[in-house]
Design a protein around this ligand. Structure first.
Ligand SMILES: Nc1ncnc2c1ncn2[C@@H]1O[C@H](COP(=O)(O)OP(=O)(O)OP(=O)(O)O)[C@@H](O)[C@H]1O
Length: 628
């Protein structure tokens, strides 16, 4: 596979950490001229053209398609130019691909060399192709050999996090439940948590003053060597909750790092569902282990395999990866699990759903995988449906279950608004909303990749600097889009579900669900991109009764739990809604550990070492609305 990639280097356009200069706001990198995707206006916002069904097919319908292709080729702007260029010089060129009229090429054909199907939906729209693996490994997308920029290695790595907001103190009154045997006591402060000085220094440099509830509980649990399934609301510091104690143990009880010319044996593997989240966790791990001997490597789809292999072959204690790319290295014997001490599934419910479970099972069943009980397995998410909890149980050993707040509930710092908007009125409504707010730091979620491009182009044409992120964009473009949004170069980011989970972006004040997701859990994650670490945020959702009615009941429940206003029309829809069979039916609001412990009721003294349930009830309920 590496040879294949080297071949790519010779034949395809090579990008080494490139950030193109772009042009003006709205017409810089990532800008697609609206005229080149004019048939999309039919699909997204106007009547008398294509239908929702059309939107779900792989290429758009409409007779303008070939014209658009021509325009795209000749316009020479934005992605059309890049892709045309790649097609010309890359192996196979444009063969086997067709233009989707959006400045993008819908890829067709096979990838027989790898046995993988070409499919770009590895982490898109919450649905992952069974065939796709981390499909970018072998897709046409990877023909641009992308080597990501070197990660920061100075003090700037400590400045990326979000500063705590006015509601940070309210974390202390959240209800926390820990169930399982022999529960360690929570720690109140970082300084007496038992973390090593190096970690305390890095925590301090990161601007953390006090641990969040999930950190207070997870730190001693992980440091005690226990397995953990943890659920805490979005933006409440789950990443540090597993990284800090893990790095502490890797340093405190250090073991020889095993690496040869052929393979590397990481001591901790962290798996997450999307590339950008994986990259973010990698940077967090580097930040917390800064100035230590800990080496961290990242592997994810869409970036050059040979480059990642080179990094891994230098040896790493911590390996962060997306499942597909990680498995590819494992299959080639370049990464083995023989020295594994920690296995972390971030966004664990997503990692264990139907899309990713086969990959996870393959890893868990790998001949080199260390058995449960001999490794520590940690699972974290803001949502943890009961049926997924049950599935997860087989990968854990006598674990503790930690729930901060109501499992699967939305962050109460996010003000949630709903507008009844039929699909043909969404576009003007979005422009109205964005105009009211001056077009800055607004994250817009859509369901379809092509909708993302269309809306991004449309907003750009209307002088709102906008970019997009979705599974059909090249990895370089995805990372640039995110960087542009983070830096404020682009005020609006239109995203599919690739950006729904985990991404931690400063100053996102407003999330707009242009399209509501199909599951309530994804809704919780999407609106959780704002209102993080005690900051207030706002989420506005366009509710199209024709499409979204099956979600109404769950939405009402989420709004009730977060003490939010519930529009009467939504309540009405909820009471009359027939739950669609396409909607997940699992116990979405399973608020507790599904396991039953003998003596669970009797154990109320919370004595260290003898407790089966540690429960702390706050003296008063949280009423976020009162302060807004
Ligand atoms: N104790 C703390 N004090 C101050 N800031 C913190 C603390 N812990 C974490 N943060 C910051 O809070 C932000 C959110 O953290 P993180 O991304 O880990 O949240 P999360 O719970 O994993 O969210 P999600 O469910 O969306 O993945 C980050 O910017 C992080 O740096």
């Amino acid at each position: 596979m590496i040879e294949e990639c080297w071949d790519d280097v010779n034949t395809a356009q090579t990008t080494v950490g490139s950030v193109d200069s772009g042009t003006n706001f709205g017409r810089g990198r990532g800008f697609i001229p609206l005229e080149s995707i004019s048939n999309y206006s039919d699909s997204v916002g106007c009547r008398n053209n294509v239908t929702v069904d059309d939107l779900t097919s792989s290429v758009p319908h409409g007779k303008n398609m070939s014209n658009n292709a021509d325009k795209r080729q000749s316009s020479g702007r934005g992605r059309g130019r890049n892709r045309g260029g790649r097609g010309r010089v890359g192996r196979g060129g444009l063969e086997g691909s067709r233009n989707d009229g959006n400045g993008l090429q819908a890829r067709r054909g096979d990838s027989k060399k790898s046995g993988h199907q070409r499919n770009s939906a590895d982490d898109d729209n919450g649905i992952r192709s069974q065939k796709g693996k981390d499909a970018s490994f072998t897709t046409e997308q990877s023909r641009e050999v992308y080597i990501p920029p070197e990660p920061a290695d100075d003090d700037t790595m400590f400045t990326g996090g979000i500063s705590t907001g006015m509601n940070f103190d309210k974390y202390d009154i959240m209800q926390v439940n820990v169930t399982g045997e022999n529960i360690p006591k929570p720690t109140e402060h970082f300084k007496n948590s038992g973390l090593r000085q190096l970690l305390l220094d890095n925590i301090h440099k990161s601007g953390y003053l006090r641990p969040t509830p999930v950190q207070k509980h997870a730190l001693p649990i992980v440091m005690a060597g226990r397995d953990l399934m943890a659920c805490a609301q979005t933006g409440s510091g789950k990443t540090a909750a597993f990284l800090l104690p893990m790095i502490n143990l890797l340093l405190h009880d250090s073991k020889e790092l095993i690496v040869t010319n052929e393979y590397c044996e990481p001591q901790a593997v962290i798996i997450s569902p999307t590339r950008e989240l994986t990259l973010q966790i990698f940077n967090e791990a580097r930040k917390f282990s800064h100035s230590s001997i800990i080496k961290t490597v990242v592997v994810y789809g869409g970036a050059a395999v040979y480059h990642q292999a080179q990094q891994a072959m230098k040896g790493c204690h911590i390996l962060v990866g997306t499942p597909g790319r990680l498995l590819d290295f494992v299959d080639k014997g370049q990464i083995t699990f023989s020295s594994l001490r920690f296995l972390v599934l971030d966004e664990a419910d997503r990692m264990l759903d139907m899309g990713f479970m086969p990959d996870i099972e393959r890893m868990m069943g790998h001949p080199t995988m260390v058995a449960t009980g001999e490794r520590q397995t940690l699972m974290f998410s803001a949502t943890f449906p009961e049926d997924i909890q049950r599935l997860a149980g087989k990968f854990l050993n006598n674990y503790l279950f930690l729930a901060v707040g109501i499992v699967g509930s939305a962050c109460s710092d996010v003000e949630q608004h709903f507008h009844l908007v039929p699909k043909f009125e969404k576009r003007p409504k979005l422009v109205e909303l964005i105009s009211e707010e001056g077009g800055t730091k607004i994250l817009v979620f859509v369901q379809m990749k092509r909708t993302a491009d269309f809306i991004a182009a449309y907003l750009s044409e209307n002088d709102f600097p906008t970019t997009s992120i979705h599974g059909d964009r090249l990895q370089r473009e995805r990372e640039e889009a995110l960087a542009d949004f983070k830096s404020g170069r682009m005020g609006v980011l239109v995203a599919t579900a690739v950006a729904a989970r985990g991404l931690d972006i400063k100053n996102v004040y407003h999330v707009v669900n242009y399209d509501l997701p199909k599951s309530i859990d994804e809704y919780v994650h999407q609106i959780g991109r704002t209102g993080r670490v005690g900051n207030c945020g706002k989420a506005t959702s366009f509710y199209d009764p024709e499409v979204d009615a099956p979600l109404a009941r769950d939405l009402v429940k989420i709004l009730q739990q977060a003490n939010q206003n519930i529009p009467s029309w939504l309540e009405k829809d909820a009471s009359s809604a027939i739950i669609s069979s396409s909607y997940p039916r699992h116990g979405r609001f399973g608020g507790k550990d599904f396991r039953k412990f003998e003596h669970q009721k009797e154990a109320s003294d919370n004595t260290f070492g003898a407790v089966t349930e540690y429960s702390y009830s706050p003296p008063r309920t949280i009423e976020p609305g009162a302060e807004w």
